[in-house]
Design a protein around this ligand. Structure first.
Ligand code: FES
Length: 146
């Protein structure tokens, strides 16, 4: 059911924890299952993401996608991090079962929420970034095919 990469990131998640005085923190939840994800970003003066950590109170797929998402945004510019979509995270994990696709949305939303927090603190605008949703509403995961 799960790819080897999903199992690996679930069993040995990378970048678990918190960053003290993080440049941006984003917390999102999925209303349907009640799972919560928080992402911390450490962004330097050049706008490069030096470090990224996460905490997830959620299912195995949420843990694996957060782990992979943190790996994908580390060392990237903000613009590049904006391209780390749930689809990109799923591809990097060699796919997720259809019923677990909504879990991967949490990682994308949490990164965006943390970038939003960073932008707000620094009085800047990030192109294409929308205000974070407080949760992912039912139905959004339906109709997506991967
Ligand atoms: Fe809630 Fe996966 S079941 S995030």
């Amino acid at each position: 059911m799960y790819s080897e990469k999903v199992m690996d990131h679930f069993q040995n998640p990378r970048n678990v924890g918190e960053i003290e005085d993080a440049s941006g923190v984003g917390t999102v939840g999925n209303a349907k299952c009640g799972d919560i994800m928080r992402i911390y970003l450490d962004i330097d003066d050049d706008g490069i993401i030096r470090d990224c950590k996460f905490k997830t109170f959620g299912c195995g797929a949420a843990v694996a996608t957060s782990s992979m998402a943190t790996e994908l945004v580390k060392g990237k510019s903000i613009e590049e991090a904006m391209k780390v979509t749930n689809r990109a995270v799923m591809e990097a994990l060699d796919g997720l079962p259809p019923v677990k696709v909504h879990c991967s949305l949490l990682a994308e939303e949490a990164i965006h929420a943390a970038l939003w927090d960073y932008a707000k603190k620094h009085g800047i605008e990030i192109e294409g970034l929308e205000p974070p949703k407080s949760d992912i509403h039912e139905g959004e995961e339906e109709g997506e095919e991967y």
